[in-house]
Structures are given as C-alpha cells and as structure tokens.
Design a protein around this ligand. Structure first.
Ligand SMILES: Nc1nc2c(ncn2[C@@H]2O[C@H](COP(=O)(O)OP(=O)(O)O)[C@@H](O)[C@H]2O)c(=O)[nH]1
Ligand SMILES: [Mg+2]
Length: 324
C-alpha cells in the first residue's frame, strides 16, 4: 500500500517546513509514504524548500495556474507514481499531519472511497461567528445538493482511494472541495467524514480575501457543479414557475374579458402572460437539451476514466485495469 501526500503550494516557503515535518512517514496499514509538492509558479523558494525538507517529488509550473490545475496535476502524478491512496493537505500547515492515519483508516477498511477531515468548524476559536455560520450553512446546502452528509465541505484535508482519484475529474480552476463532494455524491462514491485536528492559524487565507468572496466564489462553483447533474430539474422548476405566473395572468385576463366589459384595459397583462408562457416553455426545453448534453457528458467521463486507466497501464501500473 502506497500513500502519497500531495500539497498544492503557492508561495509557501515559510510554512512548508512545518507542514512537511508534521507528515508521519509511518502510517499503520501503509508500506510507503511519499510527499508530492505542486509548486504553482511561486515567486519564493517553495520548490527548493520542499526538496531541502525531504519532499519526494516536486512539480513546478512556470507561472501561477490556480489551485484546480495544481490539484489535477497532483492527482495525475500520484496515479502515475502508483499511489493506492492520495491525501491532500494545505501548505500553510493548517491541518494536523498526525491525523493522516485517521483519514486513511476508512479506505483501508474498505468502507470509503473519499474521506473528508472534519475540522468541526463550529469550535474553531479564530473563526468569527459569521464564518462559522456560513461554513455550516454551506456544508448543509452542498450536502443536500450532493445527497450525502458532509459536515465540513470546505475542508481540504482529504484522503482519496485510487478509484476515487481516477473517477473524480477536476474542472474548477479554483477551489475544488465542493465540486468533488457533489461529484462524489452523484457518482455514488462512499464518502466518510472523520474528525481531525487543525493547527493554530499561520496566516490569512490566500484563496479568499474576505467572507463575501468566499460565499460568492464557492456558491457559484457549487451551483455550476450541481447544474451539471441536475440541469433538467433546475430548468424545469424555473420554467414551471414562470409558466404558472403566465397561466395566472392569462386567467386573470380571461376573467375580465369574459365577465366584465374591461377586457381591452388588460391587454398589457395578456401580452405579459404570453411572454411568460413562452419563456417558461423555452426554459423547460433548454432543460431537456441540457439533460441530453449531461448524458453525453457522463459518457465522456466514462471514456476519460477508461483512457486514464489505459494510460496508467502503459506507464507500468499493471493493476490499472483491475481497479476499474
Ligand atoms: N496551486 C495553487 N495553490 C494555491 C493557490 N492559492 C493558494 N493555494 C494553496 O491552497 C492551499 C489552501 O490555501 P489557503 O490560503 O490556506 O486557503 P484556505 O483553505 O482558505 O485556508 C494552500 O496549500 C495554498 O498554498 C494558487 O493560486 N495555486
Ligand atoms: Mg489555509
């Protein structure tokens, strides 16, 4: 059993030594632990520091490409390097490395494909009241959308089985945490949350400069990811709402037209009702088209997964096809 801990980094020379130092090299049930750093075009000495402090593999982008790209490159490299389990953690030493054993346990026991470290955000002292509330509200909303219970969706401390690493594609160029939870829910992966510890804060978040940005960016990523799977539902509900308003307005016009002599006074309502009826119907049709595209997309995902397996087999992983 090989475990690779991947750490996407952007200018983390200050905190990387502590982060790497915290990662246990012996984990029960694991034969080999390796560390992979993805240096996303840092302007500081992140790559050099990574090597100095014992990282086994370093990928460096010549310029900053964003967390999503770095994550994806990390996953591809871990799979090529023959990882059976991939752990993702942050370069700011936010998560307590000693809890890696807890993250891999459910995968080793065959109970999980994806294990998410639960920071128990309600109890983190340096989180403001509003941040705690938003974290919990966000996690509950995304859990509902994904159809699985994940108490801490924004946690970047996670373990992925090899199968999950092959199956989960990363399209988001930014923070992938919500995307993977929704994809795992719809992909019927076994997702387990385990309580983990965090270290004292080392610096402010680089991903989000304020709570408003966090809500906006995470919200839009979640909505876009959810729309990939539930397009028909979203468009049908929106279309139905618009259609019903159109029907009500139309009935109102008919009432005046039939029972009073004021029909001509309500021509505007008639026009609006017609527009709403048409718009509602169009929305529904858009949903049908989106649903057809989604079916296509799921076929493409299947092909992509098979291509990855073939690539891995060609690169020497003889068990690749058995892991489907
Ligand atoms: N690849 C990449 N990683 C980044 C970028 N910005 C932040 N990160 C990394 O993403 C992880 C989380 O970032 P952090 O600033 O701690 O955000 P937090 O999750 O809100 O605390 C850290 O390992 C950062 O080094 C970026 O532009 N590219
Ligand atoms: Mg952090």
């Amino acid at each position: 059993m090989k475990l690779i801990v991947q750490i996407p980094c952007f200018n983390e020379e200050q905190t990387l030594p502590a982060t790497i130092g915290d990662i246990p090299r012996e984990v029960p049930g694991i034969d080999k632990v390796e560390i992979l750093i993805i240096d996303d075009g840092s302007a500081d000495r992140t790559s050099e520091v990574a090597r100095e402090y014992g990282a086994d593999h370093v990928i460096r982008f010549p310029q900053n490409r964003g967390l999503g790209h770095a994550f994806k490159a990390g996953f591809d490299a871990c799979l090529r390097l023959g990882a059976d389990i991939v752990i993702n953690t942050d370069g700011d030493n936010q998560y307590y490395g000693g809890d890696i054993g807890k993250l891999v346990e459910p995968i080793l026991a065959g109970q999980a494909d994806l294990v998410i470290g639960d920071r128990q955000t309600g109890a983190i002292a340096h989180f403001s009241f509003i941040k705690r509330y938003l974290q919990s509200f966000g996690s509950r909303t995304i859990s509902r959308l994904a159809g699985i219970k994940v108490p801490d969706v924004a946690s970047g401390f996670r373990a992925f089985s090899r199968e999950a690493a092959i199956q989960l594609a990363t399209f988001t160029e930014f923070d992938h945490t919500a995307e993977h939870v929704i994809a795992a829910g719809y992909g019927r992966l076994a997702v387990v949350s385990v309580p983990i510890r965090t270290n004292p804060k080392t610096r402010e978040s680089r991903l989000f400069s304020n709570i408003g940005e966090f809500v906006f960016k995470s919200g839009s990523i979640s909505l876009r990811t959810w729309a990939r799977y539930a397009a028909l539902k979203i468009f049908a509900v929106c279309g139905a709402l618009v259609f019903v308003v159109g029907v009500l307005l139309g009935l109102r016009f008919l009432y005046y037209f039939t029972f009073t002599m004021e029909g001509q006074l309500h021509i505007q309502s008639l026009i609006l009702a017609s527009i709403l009826l048409l718009a509602g119907f169009q929305m529904f049709l858009t949903g049908v088209v989106a649903d057809l595209i989604a079916t296509n997309r799921s076929l493409m995902e299947d092909v992509l997964q098979r291509v990855k397996i073939l690539e891995l087999r060609d690169s020497g992983d003889k068990d690749a096809d058995k892991r489907e």
